[in-house]
Design a protein around this ligand. Structure first.
Ligand SMILES: [Zn+2]
Length: 338
């Protein structure tokens, strides 16, 4: 029970003194550009412990190791000089196009405000009869348990890709690493090393994993938004325990809480033509079974649909609502109709 001196957190459901509550942003500031105006906040709803945990555990991955993290760079949400903040556990850049360079792994780098690409030392494997190469980073080969493409029979080719500045010692190290994986090097052609020249191929393919951590991250935004729209007491109802425990503790219910689609949120948008690059968050009742769900579309690209409650038993209240976080005009506004 809340008093004037205490409040109950919508995530851990613990009653704590009001001094234990921080102001919580519905949408993490990390996804908004510098100078963004007043955003949506939750007051006395999320305790400091939960706020810190969710920020460190979920938001940091969403903003540094996801498809949205790449969009964050693309749209300059945190300005130049932040490509070095990208993590590559869930995202991977590969050169597009045919062999021999198609599939080569790349990282992004800032240079005087422009996004540049770096080729990483790596080894390509190709079986006889195949045209595509499978590339494994040297940093991955240093992990003894990292698998190299199998089965590595005799009928294979191997090539080492590195920058033109690669030294003989570095090549020796790569060959030794290959040996620890049971791979004897049979160079194809005259040299084992193929220095990649920038500009040989330009297009990059991006692949992203959307794992539980990222699912919890978008569900976190959705649930914050529900609390903003419908009030703290409503969000604390046991009907939302499944999504709450998924976000706060990673407990998975027996149904899929987060789905991803390329169906746009906005009426009039198409999968390839969008009216805004801002973020869209909505909440509303589903028509069929009394489910309450939310859509979250960061940078108006992919749309995540979050089931907040599958069958709401209480009296329905008008929660249908949507907001647009406009990253160009740096303000948030309510969407007129949904
Ligand atoms: Zn809490």
């Amino acid at each position: 029970m809340e008093t004037s001196n205490s409040a109950v957190c919508i995530y851990c459901l613990q009653e704590k003194p009001v001094g234990s509550f921080d102001r919580e942003h519905v949408l993490p500031r990390a996804l908004l550009p510098e100078g963004f105006g007043q955003s949506l906040t939750l007051i006395r709803m999320v305790c400091r412990d939960c706020n810190h945990y969710l920020g460190a555990k979920l938001v940091s991955y969403l903003s540094h190791d996801s498809f949205e993290a790449v969009l964050r760079l693309k749209y300059g949400v945190r300005g130049p000089g932040k490509a070095s903040d990208l993590k590559y556990d869930r995202i991977e850049f590969r050169l597009a196009g045919p062999a021999p360079w198609g599939g080569v792994r790349m990282h992004l780098r800032d240079e005087q405000g422009r996004l540049m690409r770096d080729v990483l030392p790596q080894v390509g494997f190709r079986r006889e009869g195949e045209t595509c190469w499978t590339y494994v980073l040297v940093s991955e080969l240093r992990e003894p348990k990292h698998p190299v493409p199998a089965p590595l029979a005799r009928e294979r080719s191997i090539q080492v890709v590195a920058t033109p500045e690669v030294t003989a010692d570095e090549i020796d190290e790569i060959l030794e690493l290959l040996a620890t994986h049971g791979v004897t090097f049979h160079p194809e052609g005259e040299s084992p090393v193929y220095p990649y020249r920038l500009g040989d191929q330009e297009d990059l393919d991006l692949t992203c994993d959307f794992d539980v951590i990222l699912q919890r991250g978008v569900a976190y935004i959705a649930f914050n938004y529900l609390a903003y729209v419908a009030c703290s007491e409503f969000a604390r109802r046991p009907d939302f325990n499944a999504v709450r425990e998924f976000i706060r503790y990673g407990t998975k219910p027996d149904y899929q809480i987060v789905d991803v689609t390329d169906t746009p949120v906005l009426f009039g948008d198409t999968p390839t033509l969008r009216q805004t690059n801002g973020h869209l968050v909505t909440v509303g009742w589903s028509d069929d079974v009394g489910a309450l769900s939310s859509s979250v579309s960061l940078f108006n690209h992919l749309t995540y649909r979050i089931t907040l409650c599958r069958r709401f038993p209480g009296i329905w209240r008008p929660v249908r609502s949507g907001h647009h976080f406009d990253i160009d005009n740096k303000q948030v506004c309510r969407m007129g109709y949904l």
